[in-house]
Design a protein around this ligand. Structure first.
Ligand code: TA6
Length: 307
């Protein structure tokens, strides 16, 4: 089990709704609150589940998810940082920061695959606020030669809020791309509609990263992997609880469904799972990457509410 500080251990002993438990190789925060339940893995500060009492889950997690050290789980809200997607599909000045070679770097950065520290838990009758932190280390410096501090704050209650703060603690300029890679459940993928996407500008990863305009509101009748040049808000019509996804300080959003062929090659994902999920990822990518001067911070936030 990942160790927590003595002050956090003391806090946990006084918590009414939050406790730590081990699931296979991972340490998971389990929150059973009168108005919601949620789980967050310390590895990657990855929210795995969120379900208001007497509602269906708002977040999708693969039934094939594996709780193993060094790999994010398929589903929930993986934190993609300090780069999004394939490293050398990022702006060149960003990719060149990755050591020893961006071509050999893993997709979606490293923050989602290493343990974060639990820093604070605040419980109330209305919500639970949890803060997790990731600081640079000798291991991260080998890949990403910057001193940094990440703080992720989850505010869970009648809404689901996530705030990811990045602080550049190095003495040089640091450029990042990032995303809160949220997986949503749906009753039937063919009937999903993501409202407020019609007429928006998109960059299509499946069409040579070409930029075009989306015709009607986004639905799914095949593989979709595209960057919308907007941070929303989006209304998600899923056949389950309709949801609204809002963002702060994001002007790009990635919409993804692997469909049949890609599903067959995806880890932690049975071939038919594309029928029950889709992603809308709150991002800073392409022209929306963030350049931080020494001691500068930036926030990327999302809020999910009933529509
Ligand atoms: O968000 C879209 C995407 O970049 C897809 O291209 C696909 O790779 C997906 O993320 C999942 O990536 P992962 O590394 O978690 O399997």
């Amino acid at each position: 089990m990942t160790s927590v500080s003595s002050s956090i251990s003391t806090q946990l002993e006084q918590c009414s709704f939050t406790h730590l438990h081990q699931v296979d190789e991972l340490t998971v925060l389990s929150i059973k609150h009168p108005i919601f339940q949620a789980n967050i893995a310390l590895q990657g500060a990855q929210l795995l589940s969120f379900q208001p009492i007497d509602q269906q889950p708002w977040i999708w997690l693969s039934p094939e998810a594996e709780y193993k050290q060094g790999q994010s789980l398929r589903g929930g809200i993986p934190i993609c940082w300090p780069w999004f997607g394939v490293a050398n599909k990022n702006p060149q000045d960003l990719a060149q920061q990755i050591q020893p070679d961006p071509n050999s770097a893993s997709s979606h950065g490293f923050a989602r695959a290493i343990d974060w520290d639990l820093m604070d838990i605040q419980e109330s009758a209305h919500n639970v606020v949890l803060t997790l932190q990731l600081s640079y280390s000798p291991e991260t410096l080998k890949v990403w030669p910057f001193e940094f501090k990440l703080r992720c704050t989850f505010t869970l209650g009648r809404t689901l809020k996530v705030d990811l703060e990045t602080e550049n603690q190095s003495q040089s300029t640091m450029k990042i791309s990032q995303a809160l890679h949220t997986y949503f459940p749906c009753k039937a993928i063919d009937n999903v509609r993501i409202h407020n996407t019609a007429s928006k500008t998109i960059t299509d990863a499946l069409n040579g990263w070409s930029t075009t305009t989306q015709a009607g509101n986004q639905g799914f009748s095949g593989e979709v992997d595209r960057i919308y040049h907007t941070g929303g808000p989006f209304r998600l019509e899923t056949g389950l609880q309709p949801l609204t996804l809002q963002s702060q300080n994001s002007h790009t959003s990635v919409i993804w469904n692997p469909w049949i062929t890609k599903s067959k090659g995806l880890s932690q994902f049975a071939d038919h799972r594309y029928q029950e999920m889709f992603c809308v990822e709150t991002a800073n990518v392409l022209d929306d990457c963030k350049t931080l001067q020494p001691n500068e911070t930036t926030h990327l936030s999302l809020a999910i509410t009933p529509a």
